[in-house]
Design a protein around this ligand. Structure first.
Ligand SMILES: [Zn+2]
Length: 506
């Protein structure tokens, strides 16, 4: 886990907690959209694995955000514990139920639920009238409001704080005591809800599934913000704060509805990797190069790491060093299909080297499909295996203006560059060339949000084209081998077979 990744959340959290304090709104209402909307925009390495992870991290942060307020009210003896009890009796169990329910509904539903709730909140902030203090008893309607607020808090992080204060002030409780008591109810409810969410996240994905590297910045931020908030109280008009938060909620609501209906699936589909690993890494080596036999395979074998070698079967090494390729397969590496002749589209920039008879712009789909089929037969003759994966030469998908990958897809367990079955945004491709060991390691460490698949597509290792040095390559292998609890490194066919099995529920 890269603990510096979310450093910017420290100042951001101070600001969020300060404005939440000034407007009387639960801070999680603002953290959830930052985690769900803004993080994926910053880059794939910032995206949290699931919507539930985002809500869990927001609620955990909010628990601490309220501690400053709680301590302050407690010292001033404003908290009425007897008054809080009936609320807690309803709110705590129902918030736990909401948190458990969150685990069983799709992320889009959580996002839409959040969007609906902040929309209601925005209207409430704009149109509510100053509470008229009059006596009333705790009615059934109030219980339903408390229960609904608690359930929504457990599920989408917003709700409980918003319903308690208005109920207490309606009953004639002085505003100071009402606010103090509501903070007690909120902090206990939110603590139970976040604990339930965090435990489920850890149970499903291991201890590393919880973004500790995020909350280690957001929690200190809200604790400090909670101290600044009261100091600024009275410096801004409460009404002005309410209206600006209402406007913000309005915008957030629209954005979150948009995400709920357009983003295909953020995460409930997260893949969990074997043995508690959070990231799968596929190392692959294209074009059947001699330097791979000379340097890559001995290093991989030294660290007992399985990889995939995509053979261009017309490459001289397949003829001259056939026993070495066979031995690689016997050692556990995958020999993948990279066609026989490595045809590419000559029309793209920098493709002067493509021979005219291998130009995919001029060939037909039937021609290329026949070549790929024959390559499978030859690979079967080499390693005796029945199934394998494919890497399209030059990552080209079109032949004569038609997509040929759709036609050859049924012949393979999976194809590099497509990673079918992986949730959107969770698989990444890198083409190392001339990188140092530290840079190669960064490619895997920077994208270790849980459930990710990182593909490193190598060519030469200590020779040939697009090469990296054997030292840089070995540095990466050594790092991966000593961090097997985080990284599951295996051949592409093994990783994608695992993804397929998980998808079909085997
Ligand atoms: Zn290639």
């Amino acid at each position: 886990m890269d603990f510096t990744l979310y450093w910017f959340m420290f100042p951001v959290s101070i600001c969020v907690a300060t404005s939440a304090m000034l407007s009387g709104i639960g801070g999680a209402a603002l953290f959830t959209p930052i985690f769900v909307l803004i993080f994926p925009m910053l880059g794939p390495q910032y995206a949290l694995a699931t919507t539930m992870t985002a809500i869990g991290a927001a609620l955990l942060t909010e628990t601490f955000g309220f501690t400053s307020g709680f301590v302050g009210y407690y010292r001033r003896k404003l908290i009425n514990f007897g008054l809080a009890k009936p609320f807690l009796g309803i709110a705590v169990p129902i918030a736990i139920l909401g948190a458990i329910a969150a685990n069983h509904v799709p992320g889009q539903v959580l996002i839409a639920g959040y969007a609906g709730l902040v929309l209601v909140l925005a209207f409430f902030l704009i149109f509510h009238e100053k509470q008229h203090v009059e006596h009333a008893t705790l009615s059934r309607g109030n219980n339903i409001a408390t229960a609904t607020g608690a359930f929504m808090t457990g599920m989408v992080s917003v709700g409980i704080g918003e319903v308690i204060v208005s109920q207490l002030t309606k009953r004639g409780i002085p505003v100071g005591v009402a606010a103090a008591t509501s903070v007690l109810v909120v902090i206990i409810t939110v603590a139970f809800a976040s604990l339930t969410l965090v435990l489920q996240i850890i149970q499903d994905g291991g201890a590393n599934a919880m973004p500790w590297n995020l909350v280690c910045w957001s929690i200190p931020g809200v604790i400090i913000g909670g101290q600044i908030g009261p100091l600024l109280q009275g410096k801004f008009s409460q009404r002005g704060m309410e209206l600006s938060i209402a406007t913000l909620f309005f915008v957030l609501s629209i954005a979150m509805f948009f995400v709920a209906f357009t983003r295909p699936a953020m995460a409930e589909e997260t893949i969990t990797w074997p043995n508690g690993a959070t990231v799968a890494v596929s190392l692959s080596y294209d074009d059947a190069l001699d330097s791979q036999l000379d340097h890559a395979i001995p290093a991989l074998n030294k660290y007992s790491i399985n990889a995939s070698f995509y053979l261009t079967l017309a490459h001289p090494s397949v003829y001259s060093r056939l026993p070495a390729w066979r031995a690689a397969a016997a050692a556990g590496h995958e020999l993948g299909n990279h066609t026989i002749y490595h045809g590419c589209s000559a029309g793209k920039p920098g493709r002067e080297w493509v021979a005219p008879h291998l130009d995919l712009d001029k060939r037909t789909v039937a021609d290329v499909v026949a070549e790929v089929t024959m390559a499978n037969t030859m690979l079967h003759a080499i390693d005796g295996r029945e199934s394998r994966t494919y890497t399209p030469p030059c990552s080209d998908e079109m032949v004569g203006g038609e997509n040929y990958l759709d036609v050859v897809a049924p012949m393979f367990v999976a194809m590099k560059s497509r990673d079918e079955g992986m949730p959107t945004g969770s698989s990444l491709l890198f083409f190392p060339s001339g990188n140092t060991g530290a840079e190669l390691i960064r490619m895997v460490t920077e994208h270790r949000q849980s459930g990710a698949l990182v593909n490193l597509l190598f060519h030469g290792v200590g020779g040939d084209h697009l090469s990296v040095t054997p030292e840089a390559h070995e540095e990466l292998l050594q790092y991966l081998a000593t961090n097997r609890d985080i990284y599951w490194v295996d051949s592409y066919i093994n990783i994608m077979s695992y993804v397929r099995d998980q998808r079909s529920g085997n």
